[in-house]
Ligand binder design. Structure first.
Ligand SMILES: Cc1cc2nc3c(=O)[nH]c(=O)nc-3n(C[C@H](O)[C@H](O)[C@H](O)COP(=O)(O)O)c2cc1C
Length: 192
């Protein structure tokens, strides 16, 4: 029941209150990611909690990129605005062993595992009364971020920005199931 509530009511939060999120919560959020399933239990996730200065500097890198490539349609400035107002940000990385070891067959399962972990973080934020946005627009400046944070051999996959919600938006529309379900099965419960 509680899971149902979290799945149904979780939404991407884009406006945050100017209120501190306790660090203790960040550990709980990361802990929830660590419990996600992963292909061959490889746990291909690594986390970096940005401090205020790092968050601001990275936001500025995003603005700069947005300015430089403004003819390319991108949401990077919008994401940067959100990141600026979010109280905390956790960046998710994966070990960049693919290129070295040529274990290409692990690549897709690892990304799927990372998605599962980040969704756990999303749901945990909701459970803690927090709001978050799962951001991939930080990937536009992934190389710059790696250099700035002095992280070698790690590939950035996403950033979760976190804060107390200022505004809870309506549900973003979903495609109807008949567009998504590729076959038809009877709906009744006793359809042995
Ligand atoms: C992989 C992934 C990347 C995303 N990247 C961004 C992003 O860079 N900026 C942003 O504002 N939202 C981003 N989002 C949030 C989506 O826009 C949002 O989940 C979607 O519109 C559905 O809305 P909902 O989460 O409220 O149901 C991302 C979501 C996912 C799953």
């Amino acid at each position: 029941m509680e899971l149902d509530k979290a799945i149904s009511n979780r939404k991407t939060i884009r406006k945050f209150k100017n209120q501190n999120v306790p660090n203790e919560y960040l550990y709980e959020i990361i802990q929830s990611a660590m419990l996600a399933p992963s292909a061959k239990n490889r746990q291909p996730w690594r986390f970096y909690i940005l401090d205020d200065k790092q968050k601001e500097d990275i936001t500025n890198m995003m603005y700069q990129w947005g300015e430089e490539y403004k003819d390319i349609h991108t949401s990077i400035k919008g994401s940067a605005n959100q990141m600026k107002t979010a109280n905390k940000a956790i960046m998710v990385f994966t070990p960049n062993y693919h290129s070295k070891n040529k274990k290409i067959h692990y690549k897709k399962p690892d990304y799927l595992s990372l998605g599962a972990a980040i969704e756990h973080m999303n749901l945990k934020c909701f459970d803690l009364g927090l709001g978050c946005t799962w951001i991939c627009d930080t990937l536009y400046v992934a190389d710059e971020i790696n250099e700035y944070l002095k992280l070698d051999d790690l590939e950035q996959v996403s950033t979760l920005i976190i804060g107390y919600p200022e505004e809870i938006p309506g549900r973003r529309e979903r495609f109807p199931m008949d567009k998504l379900l590729l076959n038809n099965i009877p709906k009744d419960k006793n359809n042995q």
